[in-house]
Write a protein that binds this ligand. Structure first.
Ligand code: MOS
Length: 738
């Protein structure tokens, strides 16, 4: 029996539930100082002066770092800019770009002293006019042209011109507010700069890139920086970049020559690590009376900061997903005085699927065609955007198996057809999709004399099960039982790997681990053939199974060969150049899925309750059905929050956030989440990569908000195109209808 494909519980589960797992803020160094950041209270302008006297007088305060005494930082090279949260380094000038921007930190012997002193800092400002209102600033936006090397504004066929000739059109505007990631574990950094060497414990989605960022900022050699991240309490994108607090922490260590720990408060998490940009999307679909799409026009506006363009690429899937000759997308970013947005779970796809899949539902309604039937009429057999075949596509099976499991045939096509007491009941559906991507990755394998193996990669376990699935891949790669493999990660001294983002870790690091195992076994075979004391001496055709080498002449275990000859080390890697080459010349790789929701909407209060949800996903090989299910469910729950609750409300008078803790920022809790069915559609993809996986971390959120909004429409006949679907919005429409 192979380890891959088995529903193994997390190998690190016991450490986590017994509190022994050390997260970044659990590390301690002797003589460590505690840093507490304080932020600006204006959205735009500059610092005139700071009165630090009262803060300095607090017992235990050692120093206060501000723009006046902060060490100067190195310039981050342009090639790294995608991984840098802000385009400016903190405390280098007195300029203020947004409310809550870090402007200094108190460094004290205890956390309590630092907290107390930070409250006593007095700052006077020179205030400049700020841009804070998205809706009224749309005209001042510009096209960011590309994101991650992809063009955003595209046109094929005659583009939107084809709308005029369409039999039927639907045109709608969809809006999504600012959202924040809110991982359970906030940002935490412990930095200790000793001469030219830096040790960092950091809550990061990328230990390799974080070391490189620290090295560039502090003008150190990358090999002199060690970043450690053994466990992560979630990240969802906000821990993927180098945000200002990390630079403040290391500058504080330089200033005080002591180790410094710094964690952001929950409130600072809303203005310290990016956010999902606010979006307005306008979609117009043109179709024949029989349902075939003839034109798609998709315009996205999102707010960005005044110092960096960060597009939320809502149009990403639009040119790819459906068969349609004429497609046009346009993207506009609007600079405002808020923190720069960043990647948040399924960037562009979580948001873009809300508008496209809602619009498809509106078209289905107008044409009186079943929503799934409409998708099937426009099913794309090839990638419509890039004109390439897919490595595999099982979206039809997702529709079929999801619909069967959910009971879609019970749906009443006329809205307001089903009522249960005070509650209207409705069904909704949407397509889910996310690209299959990879980043660079490296891994090493050491075969030990006791027959076990040490496998290492400088990747991280964001909470999804990387420790477990990589050990499974290595066990099979080496033909060893799972118990004989130790997989270690989260240390930048291990072979370099990319950020745990973009649903890439299993595919990328898994490939490197597989290659490293193959390399070790190749060396082992050579060793056996050359070892006069081995029964396999001189043998050319060696088989490998069950931790031993075999030939018709006899066999020998890895352990005995290694006990005589010493440890064997194998290396495996995947370079970004290889990834890019495959992307430019190979087939198109995408995961697909189908989301089904049943909602209940209270006829008088407008409250929406999700009563059932089913997601069917085809994502290539499933390495571990237990951890995979957990990721799909987690993605769906993230989507439920987006659909019904999450909203980072800005105060447009001063750029402060009206929502900045977990009491005001509503997210689903256990009682909000009903039974979630996950169907993992069997899909064998031999071309996508050597592992056969497409990535599962992000597709789960895509399509959820549309499925829920479409279900609300089916329940009530009310279409709300402004997330989240809170009672105030629903009830207004219900009353207008009545
Ligand atoms: Mo994620 S937004 O790919 O960390």
């Amino acid at each position: 029996m192979t380890a891959v494909g088995q529903p193994k519980t997390r190998l690190d589960g016991r450490l986590k539930v017994t509190g022994q797992a050390k997260y970044s803020d659990d590390f301690f160094e002797p003589k460590m100082l505690h840093a507490v950041i304080f932020g600006s209270t204006i959205p735009s302008g500059e610092i005139k002066s700071m009165d630090l006297r009262a803060a300095r007088a607090v017992p235990g305060v050692v120093n206060i770092i501000t723009h006046e005494n902060a060490p100067s930082l190195g310039k981050i090279p342009k090639s790294m800019s995608i991984g840098i949260g802000e385009n400016f380094m903190p405390l280098q000038t007195k300029q203020i770009f947004y409310n809550g921007q870090h402007i200094g930190a108190v460094l004290a012997e205890t956390l309590e002293s630092a907290q107390e002193a930070a409250r006593l800092v007095k700052v006077s400002y020179l205030t400049k006019p700020a841009k804070l209102d998205f809706e009224t600033s749309l005209d001042e936006g510009h096209d960011p042209l590309t994101f991650n090397g992809e063009k955003l504004s595209k046109k094929r066929g005659v583009g939107a011109q084809a709308l005029a000739a369409a039999d039927v059109t639907v045109k709608s505007r969809y809006t999504i507010p600012t959202e924040n990631h809110n991982p359970m574990e906030p940002a935490a950094t412990l930095a200790w700069l000793q001469g030219s060497k830096l040790l960092v414990y950091d809550s990061t989605q990328g230990v390799s890139s974080t070391s490189q960022h620290f090295a560039a900022a502090m003008k150190l050699k990358p090999e002199n920086v060690t970043t450690i991240t053994k466990f992560l309490g979630g990240g969802f994108g906000c821990k993927g970049s180098f945000w200002p607090h990390k630079a403040i922490c290391v500058m504080a260590s330089k200033l005080t020559k002591r180790p410094v720990r710094l964690a952001l408060t929950r409130e600072q998490m809303f203005t310290g690590m990016g956010r999902r940009a606010r979006t307005i999307q306008e979609i117009e679909l043109g179709a024949r009376r029989t349902g075939e799409l003839t034109a798609i026009h998709h315009v996205t506006y999102n707010d960005t900061s005044v110092n960096k363009d960060f597009p939320e690429p809502c149009e990403s899937a639009t040119p790819m997903l459906y068969q349609c000759a004429n497609v046009e997308t346009k993207h506009i970013v609007v600079p405002l005085n808020y923190i720069t947005p960043t990647f948040m779970r399924a960037p562009g796809h979580a948001t873009g699927s809300f508008s496209l899949e809602s619009a498809m539902d509106e078209l289905a309604e107008k044409l009186k065609i079943d929503p799934i039937e409409l998708r099937l009429k426009n099913y794309a057999e090839t990638d419509q955007d890039r004109g390439r075949e897919f490595t595999s596509k099982s979206l039809r099976q997702c529709y079929e198996q999801g619909a069967a499991k959910f009971g879609w045939s019970q749906r009443k096509s006329t809205p307001r057809s089903r009522r249960d007491g005070d509650w209207w009941v409705g069904y909704g559906f949407a397509t889910a999709t996310y690209p299959a991507q990879r980043f660079n990755a490296g891994a090493s394998v050491v075969l030990k004399p006791d027959g076990s193996a040490d496998v290492k990669s400088s990747t991280q376990d964001i909470g999804t099960g990387t420790y477990t699935v990589m050990a499974q891949i290595a066990a099979d790669g080496l033909t060893l039982p799972l118990e004989k493999v130790r997989f270690d990660l989260g240390d930048s001294r291990f072979p370099e790997s990319g950020v745990s983002g973009g649903s890439t870790t299993a595919s990328s690091v898994g490939t490197a681990v597989k290659f490293a195992c193959e390399d070790a076994l190749k060396k082992l075979k050579e060793l056996a053939a050359k070892d006069k004391r081995s029964a396999l001496y001189g043998e050319k055709e060696l088989q490998i199974r069950d931790g031993a080498l075999w030939s018709p002449k006899g066999s020998e275990t890895f352990a005995s060969l290694i006990a005589r000859n010493g440890e064997i080390q194998g290396e495996g890697s995947l370079s970004m150049a290889e990834v890019m080459k495959a992307k430019m010349t190979g087939k198109s790789g995408h995961a697909f899925g189908a989301q089904f929701a049943e909602v209940r909407v209270h006829a008088r209060t407008g409250e929406v309750r999700l009563s059932r949800m089913c997601g069917a996903f085809a994502c290539g090989k499933i390495l571990n059905p237990l951890t995979a299910r957990s990721q799909f469910e987690g993605g769906i729950i993230y989507g439920v929050g987006m659909a019904l609750m999450e909203d980072t409300k800005e105060d447009i008078r001063n750029g402060r956030l009206a929502v900045k803790d977990l009491a005001d920022y509503h997210m689903p809790v256990q009682m909000d989440i009903p039974e979630i069915d996950v169907v993992m559609v069997d899909e064998k993809d031999t071309e996508i990569n050597p592992i056969g996986t497409k990535g599962i971390g992000e597709i789960g959120i895509t399509g959820v908000a549309a499925a829920i909004a479409n279900a609300v429409y089916n329940a009530t006949g009310v279409r709300v195109r402004d997330l989240p679907l809170t009672p105030d919005k629903i009830i207004r429409e219900l009353h207008q209808q009545a």
